[in-house]
Design a protein around this ligand. Structure first.
Ligand code: UDX
Length: 437
């Protein structure tokens, strides 16, 4: 099929390359000319394992092209809207201006029978409003919502083999037509075993934010337990293992520590609360405020732990921070817990040196006043305190003796409960973490 993808961020760039891999002819559009040129040359504008290879293959096949001219979508039967919906400045609601602009830009170029498919995460009700925009412009095009559940760092696998496909479609024959078109797009994915659910448009929009809220709840639940473990001398990792054996609970997403960050979970739960308020149901999601608050407290607690370990003040001390991205396998520093903690320590007068295998460039652009190093050993050179804040495998696998050879004091705080306390203590380190004695 001939498809267009509007927006070449994390979601759009990966989606476009994956759709070409599935055999479709794809034109991907972005207003950022530099990004379009880079992608057309096979350069992914962000770190995502597997994407460079996929881009090379798709570009080589001739089935994938990038453009900054929206008129190039002409001839495509299906148009995926993959633009961002970031948090509004000084508000908890989502900024829908990119989605609105994408739809407006498509209007002159879509034809009767085309299907416009929203993939962006939007507040429920947005798709219904956009369908009216399409109808009012008399385009004859239909609108469906097909939310994306990809995780950064696993985006290619999650797109090619999603654990479910959700089609939110209009009622009646228009809906049947939309389902048939989407089934053609995802024929291989479905044949490979991904379940596909057909819903109304409102449910499809809600599925995404409900899923992300549930994940955030799991993380904040275990971090609330970590607070109690700290107050009682209990061990939150053992607690998570024990409750995780109950299949109804499950062990996944019960890793306590610094909590969640990134471009999705934090802003999605906030936008969900804002939307609930608009719908007159603000009490319904009041618990998400607590989920957000627990998450924020982890970062504060980490800074307190650092101060406490250093006798009440970290001013003038050298602190090595291992990890800047919001999670491993990503160079994304949006709402990164690690960088937040590093920034706080820096503001409190510590000489902070941050390192990360992939995210140093993005972190430096955000915090130009902070110091950065290319490796853990370089960052830890002469350090009075080391903080592990993003659990990249190379940090988890660090040898306590080797690291101990470069620091001034063998003191490590494990913000992700990823290190083996016994091994580090045996090598003469003071080891402390959140939620573990
Ligand atoms: C998330 C959803 O998982 C994905 O389905 C959706 O499409 C987009 O949002 P992502 O933002 O890539 O994906 O990150 P995710 O893997 O969910 O991790 C989010 C944050 O939670 C990270 O900061 C991670 O470190 C943290 N986390 C995760 C924990 O603190 N504990 C855990 O047990 C799991």
């Amino acid at each position: 099929m001939k498809l267009s993808v509007v927006g070449c961020g994390y979601l759009g760039a990966v989606h476009a390359a994956c759709m070409a891999t599935l055999g479709h002819e794809v034109i991907a559009i972005d207003t950022d000319k530099a990004k379009v040129e880079a992608l057309a040359a096979g350069d992914a504008p962000f770190y995502e394992p597997g994407l460079p290879e996929l881009l090379a293959e798709a570009l080589g096949s001739g089935r994938l092209a990038f453009s900054s001219d929206i008129a190039d979508v002409k001839g495509a039967q299906l148009h995926f809207v993959c633009v961002g919906t970031p948090q509004l400045h000084n508000e908890i609601a989502a900024d829908l201006s990119y989605v609105d602009a994408a739809i407006d830009s498509l209007l002159p170029h879509v034809s009767a029978g085309d299907l416009v498919v929203g993939k962006s995460t939007v507040p429920v009700g947005t798709a219904e409003r956009l369908a009216e925009v399409l109808a009012a412009a008399d385009t004859g095009a239909l609108l469906a919502w097909n939310p994306e559940f990809l995780r950064e760092g696993h985006a290619v696998g999650d797109t090619l083999h999603p654990d479910r496909l959700v089609y939110g479609v209009p009622v009646g024959t228009n809906g049947e037509r939309a389902v048939a078109l989407l089934d053609d797009v995802y024929a291989k994915t479905i044949a490979d075993g991904s379940p596909r659910l057909v819903t109304d448009v409102a449910t499809a929009q809600l599925v995404k934010v409900a899923a992300n809220s549930f994940l955030a709840i799991k993380i904040s639940f275990i971090n609330a337990m970590a607070e109690l473990c700290e107050a009682t001398g209990a061990d939150v990792t053992l607690l998570a293992d024990a409750i995780g054996h109950d299949e109804r609970i499950g062990r996944k997403f019960l890793n306590a520590g610094l909590g969640f960050g990134g471009g999705c979970l934090p802003k999605d739960i906030r936008a969900f609360m804002a939307r609930a308020g608009e719908l007159g149901a603000d009490q319904t999601l009041a618990f998400l405020r607590e989920v957000d608050a627990i998450n924020g407290r982890r970062r504060v607690r980490m800074v307190e732990l650092a101060r406490d370990e250093c006798g009440g003040s970290i001013a003038g001390l050298r602190v090595a921070v291992l990890g800047a991205s919001f999670k491993p396998w990503s160079d994304d520093v949006r709402d990164s817990p690690a960088l937040d903690v590093a920034e706080q320590l820096h503001l409190q007068g510590a000489d902070v040196v941050v390192t990360d295998p992939q995210a140093v460039a993005n972190a430096r652009a955000m915090y130009p006043d902070m110091s950065f190093a290319d490796s853990a050993l370089e960052a830890a050179d002469g350090a009075d305190l080391v903080l592990l804040l993003t659990e990249w495998p190379e940090y988890v696998g660090l040898d306590p003796e080797t690291l101990g050879g470069v620091v001034r004091q063998r003191r490590i705080l494990d913000g992700r409960l990823a290190l083996d306390p016994i091994a580090w203590r045996a090598a003469g380190w003071v080891y402390r973490s959140l939620g573990r004695p």
